[in-house]
Write a protein that binds this ligand. Structure first.
Ligand code: MG
Length: 373
């Protein structure tokens, strides 16, 4: 497939509620979409990098820059680019997995649309709807947190993930359990905030064992697999790794060391949906359950996440919430959940594309890249 050109589209999409992590707050999603144009079809991808380099080192301005300067030119000089071929063509550029993943997604989507095949079918999906949950950021008070969760429970969600950090862990978890009981599947994500924590902060992780959590995600530093293994030996709550799992090899090492018993898979974090499938495969071979993480995606990224989460090994609900949990108006037809389940879109490729009118409204910058410049 010859790529005639690639368009980078920057979108400005206000979030319904600002998403507060331990180090940043996103009130507007500065989204980056990729449109790839080929003679037979167009394809769409989304780069999941956040505005600031606070989750990993990538950020959206940097991703747009590396795509335009280094990645897109490597694809545009070739006469025959396939979805499978994108990773190898970009491999000599170090890092930038989220930027690479967006390009792979767009090329794969174009290829699948030309072939009339869905992404889920290509990846080996086994279900046409997936169980989904909702992630809740930090709130100013326990009361505010309970109110936010009550709204999600009323909407039908049955699995909630809370962000935790030293000083905001046992108390909110206990309050949520007390208010919503044990029917609500509850898990927590520390985003490495217990790295270097003192004894009393770590004791709080022990105390979380009393609350029947599905898992505790990434308590320690990204590179501290030995620490995670030691902690895992102490805790009854399963440890899940997110930021540490950057590739299939990283997943194999972490599992081998006993650093995790669950893995959060994000295609952007591992360099693309095809590597994400390989991470899924090694986890499944070793009996490690996986689930699909989320990065405040628009409907483009959400559709791709649903296809990935339709694979057999995704046995835990993903952070794939309904569009309206994030945006008043999504760039695609909105995704809905009913009772904690979301249908995969039908149709070839990722199954959705941006609505032209909405795209016009939210797009603040377009950059066309082609071999002729
Ligand atoms: Mg996480």
């Amino acid at each position: 497939m010859k790529i005639e050109g690639l368009e980078l589209l920057r979108l400005r999409m206000p979030l319904v509620t600002p998403f507060r992590s331990s180090s940043a707050s996103e009130a507007v999603r500065d989204a980056l979409l990729v449109r790839v144009v080929t003679p037979s079809a167009e394809g769409w991808g989304e780069c999941v990098a956040l505005s600031h380099p606070t989750y990993t080192s990538e950020y959206v301005d940097g991703a747009a820059s590396i795509m335009a300067t280094y990645l897109a030119p490597r694809l545009l000089v070739h006469n025959d680019v396939t979805g499978e071929g994108v990773g190898p063509l970009l491999a000599d550029v170090q890092g930038h997995p989220m930027a690479k993943a967006a390009l792979e997604m767009a090329v794969l989507d174009a290829e699948l649309r030309a072939d009339g095949e869905s992404l889920a079918a290509r990846l080996g999906g086994v279900r046409d709807r997936v169980e989904v949950g909702v992630a809740v950021g930090f709130e100013p008070s326990i009361e505010a947190l309970l109110e936010v969760i009550a709204g999600h429970v009323d909407d039908g969600y049955r699995r909630v993930k809370l962000k935790i950090a030293p000083g905001w862990d046992v108390e909110p978890v206990a309050a949520v359990r007390e208010r919503f009981g044990h029917d609500l599947a509850l898990q927590v994500d520390a985003n490495s905030s217990y790295a270097g924590a003192d004894r009393s902060a770590l004791a709080a992780l022990d105390a979380l064992d009393d609350f029947d959590l599905v898992l505790v995600e990434q308590p320690l530093a990204v590179d501290d697999l030995v620490g995670h293994a030691a902690l895992g030996a102490d805790l009854r709550t399963p440890i899940c790794l997110d930021e540490s799992i950057t590739s299939t090899g990283a997943a194999e090492t972490a599992i081998e060391l006993g650093a995790c018993s669950v893995v959060n898979i994000k295609a952007g974090r591992v360099g693309g949906v095809l590597e994400a499938v390989r991470v899924h495969d090694v986890c499944r071979q070793r009996g490690v359950p996986v689930w699909c993480g989320g990065m405040l995606e628009t409907g483009i990224g959400r559709a791709a996440n649903l296809a990935l989460a339709s694979l057999e090994g995704f046995t835990l609900p993903g952070d794939i919430s309904a569009s309206r949990r994030y945006f008043d108006v999504d760039v695609t037809p909105p995704f809905e959940q009913v009772g904690g389940w979301m249908d995969l879109p039908a149709g070839p490729g990722i199954g959705v594309e941006p609505l032209e009118g909405v795209l016009e409204e939210v797009c603040v910058h377009r950059q066309w890249l082609s071999a002729s410049g």
